[in-house]
Design a protein around this ligand. Structure first.
Ligand code: C5P
Length: 229
């Protein structure tokens, strides 16, 4: 393809979307936050009364039936990108801890993955893109020219998320140790599901951001992209 595809995968709160937005802006590529898509389906399932916090199984057919009615939209500018569920801006709603706790169950449903992977490939067909998620390099865009597997220690990821929550006023009562436990649980579930589990693609480059600041990480990834241009 003549279009550049940059796949950024990794565990929860590794900084994928922060880095992906910087790269998309710098190179003028479209940015697709695939985690936001799974979160939006999860929110729709909560609104439909199909799942409540703490629930551990779900009626998969009922969730699947929601898919055709669940349009997911993004505003084009990667900086400050907004996420829409049909006509509603759900950018904040999809970041709450209730959604964090339920999204891995929804994203493990095979029919949900098939549907969202198709939407992701359709978007990728239109332009050069940066896409972040869990299975972009392995499943969604296996031919991506650049594949990054972004990791950091769970302690550092929890500390970053705690700070971000306080700054953004999201779930400000959640303690550091609750956030760390929630991240570790989500990584476990995402890594152990049947379909497209979180795993580093054989041809992905591992980038460990523990103790490394955002400008350094994004400059490193920009140079990897520049080598492929
Ligand atoms: O990236 P983010 O943390 O927002 O993703 C939320 C959840 O969506 C993940 O924990 C995972 O369950 C699911 N997900 C996925 N495949 C992707 C992106 C996200 O299963 N490509």
């Amino acid at each position: 393809t003549d279009k550049m595809q940059v796949a950024i995968d990794g565990p929860a709160s590794a900084g994928k979307s922060t880095i992906a937005k910087i790269i998309a802006k710098e190179f003028g590529y479209i940015y697709v936050d695939t985690g936001a898509m799974y979160r939006t389906i999860t929110l729709a399932a909560m609104r439909a009364g199909l799942i409540v916090p703490g629930q551990e199984t779900v009626d998969e057919a009922a969730v699947t039936a929601l898919l055709p009615k669940t349009l997911i939209g993004f505003t084009p500018d990667p900086a400050g990108q907004r996420v829409f569920l049909n006509d509603e801006d759900v950018s904040e709603a999809i970041r709450h801890s209730d959604v964090n706790g339920l999204v891995s169950m929804i994203s493990a449903i095979p029919a949900v993955r098939t549907d969202l992977v198709k939407r992701q490939r359709d978007i990728a067909a239109s332009a050069s893109i940066v896409m972040d998620g869990r299975d972009i390099g392995t499943t969604v865009l296996p031919d991506a020219q650049v594949k990054i597997f972004l990791v950091a220690s769970v302690e550092e990821r929890a500390a970053r998320r705690f700070k971000e929550n306080q700054e953004k006023g999201i779930d400000t009562n959640d303690t550091l140790s609750e956030i760390e436990a929630s991240i570790a649980r989500r990584d476990y579930l995402d890594s152990h599901r049947e379909v497209s589990p979180l795993v580093q693609a054989a041809d992905a480059q591992l980038v460990d951001t523990t103790g490394i600041d955002i400008p350094t990480v994004s400059a490193n990834i920009a140079s990897i992209i520049n080598e492929k241009l």
